[in-house]
Write a protein that binds this ligand. Structure first.
Ligand SMILES: Cc1cc2nc3c(=O)[nH]c(=O)nc-3n(C[C@H](O)[C@H](O)[C@H](O)COP(=O)(O)OP(=O)(O)OC[C@H]3O[C@@H](n4cnc5c(N)ncnc54)[C@H](O)[C@@H]3O)c2cc1C
Length: 536
């Protein structure tokens, strides 16, 4: 069973949204940018698509005809329109480059419709020395879908959109087998028709896919209740140039190391995931929203730590620092509503009425004891209404001479405040030195018994070379993250942008292990070259 794709508009080639849903920045936010951040009032629209010059496709004719034999001639596309829409991900530098008319494109975009086709495409490309970049929703913010040739004669982007079915629903075991190309809303719609939900709602939900969630170890806004995407995965099926990998045959197993973990987070470098069997749960009968105010970030994060340790976590738990709280409260645009000073904690609880009531009572008591004051449901409802809005707001900010981007990390509770300060200071210093003092705000986005993830949002005036401006700021933040001992990424993955920090992350031997796995499943090295695994 599948859903018609045209129900969700395709994203624009140079923006997060489809273009149909674009709305210009309102005057109050424009004034805030000008007065608060010194953003000179100037429109910075993207170039027209007709002004973008793409290189010619150099896919050898022999490979093209072999690929056409596998998927059908009309599903091997070399036209500029299609190649431009697969020209990379959705980080701010990605968008800035495309908005200025620069785009690195694949030699062809191939649309397989089933697992066997994916496997045959990979075998064909491996035999002919053609690089292959798997493409789900194309929402990567770390260069994961950049079509790099990596020394091969050509590169093909493998768009998985046609793998869009719910293959199996096992209500007795509480699992569903979903094809990799299903986007978030499509998966929820298919499951919802049977009364089930996955509960995975990253901010990229509108466009990101099941395969992409698995390949990047994505984490959604309701992770406190339902877990990260990798926690939900029971089984996977992946095609490699050497055949099929299908680890996962029981809810738990002691049959050696868990090979599912080799595919989770493998970012298209070890294989192309075609099916994912996930844990599902009934659509919640009850939802309770409550926001809390804490005197400061320290008190709020201590309260979250307590909730995580006692197991009394809500389904959503998101704590803004003082700066983010101030902005949320002053702007309806970012999902805020009037509340108080200090730090805002948004909580929601989902499940059966009894479960929600019991969990809320236990958590509320702990939050009150930790210094929290309830603000009632409205700020949490307001956050939920606006929770997918921020990337659309970024489109509007990029139109008016501003720069806006996010980055994330995770660390232990003991190291949380040092990490918060180090990253905030690194971003502030780098951008201020470059003449564009930024607004840097942060929230705790995912919590665990032993630590939490920190998610930073940065906004400032655009410099003369905005891609280079952000590259320097991001490097400063990444170095601060490595120096303080936090992870280079909690959920955005490694891709191209974080690859140079992989050795610090997993050690020299760890990198060798990754290379050894790659050479076993992809001996010619054609799968997504340049991503995740540092070169020798
Ligand atoms: C505005 C915005 C908000 C975001 N918010 C979140 C968030 O809240 N949480 C979060 O976790 N991430 C977030 N991200 C990051 C991104 O959306 C996630 O990494 C997402 O999981 C990627 O899914 P996708 O289908 O778009 O994958 P793509 O971007 O298409 O691909 C990502 C990587 O996975 C590989 N890949 C894709 N599909 C497959 C497959 N079937 N088999 C093998 N490899 C594959 C690609 O080659 C690439 O390396 C956000 C990104 C943006 C732009």
């Amino acid at each position: 069973m599948s859903v018609p794709h045209d129900r969700i508009p395709a994203p624009a080639w140079n923006a997060w949204g489809s273009g149909e849903d674009a709305s210009p920045l309102d005057e109050s936010l424009r004034a805030l940018l000008e007065e608060g951040l010194g953003v000179p009032r100037r429109d910075t629209p993207p170039v027209d698509e007709s002004e973008v010059r793409l290189r010619e496709s150099e896919l050898p004719a022999e490979v093209r005809s072999e690929l056409a034999g596998i998927v059908g001639a009309w599903r091997v596309r070399t036209d500029d329109h299609t190649r431009l829409r697969h020209a990379g991900g959705k980080s701010t530098p990605d968008l800035l480059r495309r908005r200025s008319g620069e785009a690195e494109v694949a030699d062809a975009v191939v649309f397989p419709g089933e697992h066997a086709e994916v496997e045959n495409v990979l075998r064909c490309c491996s035999r002919h020395g053609i690089a292959v970049t798997a493409f789900g929703g194309g929402t990567s913010v770390v260069g994961g879908v950049e079509p790099l040739r990596g020394g091969f004669a050509a590169v093909v982007t493998l768009d998985l959109a046609r793998l869009d079915g719910l293959l199996r629903l096992d209500t007795e075991s509480g699992t569903a087998t979903l094809q990799a190309g299903l986007r978030g809303p499509e998966a929820e719609e298919l499951l919802g028709a049977h009364g089930y939900s996955l509960g995975h709602f990253p901010q990229s939900f509108e466009y990101a896919t099941i395969g992409g969630f698995a390949a990047t170890r994505s984490s959604g806004q309701a992770s406190a209740g339902y877990g990260r995407f990798d926690d939900m995965v029971v089984d996977l099926r992946a095609a490699t140039p050497r055949g099929t990998l299908g680890p996962g045959r029981a809810p738990a197993s002691a049959a050696g190391p868990d090979l599912r973990q080799l595919l989770l987070g493998s970012e298209g470098t070890f294989g192309v995931i075609t099916e994912v069997t996930v844990r599902i749960h009934p659509v919640p009968a009850e939802k309770h929203h409550e926001a809390w105010s804490f005197p400061d970030f320290g008190a709020g994060s201590a309260a979250l730590r307590e909730l995580a340790r006692t197991g009394a976590l809500p389904t959503v738990a998101r704590l803004s620092d003082e700066v983010e709280t101030g902005l949320n409260l002053s702007s309806e645009e970012v999902g805020g509503s009037a509340a108080s000073d200090g730090c805002l904690l948004v909580t929601t609880y989902e499940g059966s009425a009894e479960h929600v009531a019991a969990r809320h009572a236990e958590a509320a008591e702990l939050l009150r004891a930790a210094g929290g004051a309830s603000l009632g449901p409205e700020p949490a409802l307001s956050w939920e209404r606006g929770r997918f809005h921020a990337p659309h707001l970024r489109d509007a900010l990029l139109d008016v001479n501003a720069l806006a981007e996010t980055l994330e990390t995770a660390t232990s509770w003991a190291n949380l405040h040092a990490t918060h300060a180090a990253v905030r200071d690194a971003l502030t210093e780098s951008l201020t030195e470059q003449g564009t003092p930024p607004l840097v705000m942060c929230h705790v986005s995912h919590v665990y018994p032993t630590g939490a993830s920190l998610y930073f949002t940065v906004a400032c005036a655009r410099g003369r070379e905005p891609v280079e401006q952000w590259r320097r700021a991001k490097r400063a933040a990444a170095e601060a993250i490595a120096a303080v001992g936090a992870t280079i990424t909690h959920h955005h993955a490694v891709g191209l942008d974080h690859r140079e920090w992989m050795t610090a992350e997993v050690g020299d031997l760890g990198v060798e292990v990754l290379r050894a796995v790659k050479s076993a499943v992809d001996p010619e090295g054609v799968l997504n070259p340049g991503k995740l695994v540092p070169p020798e």
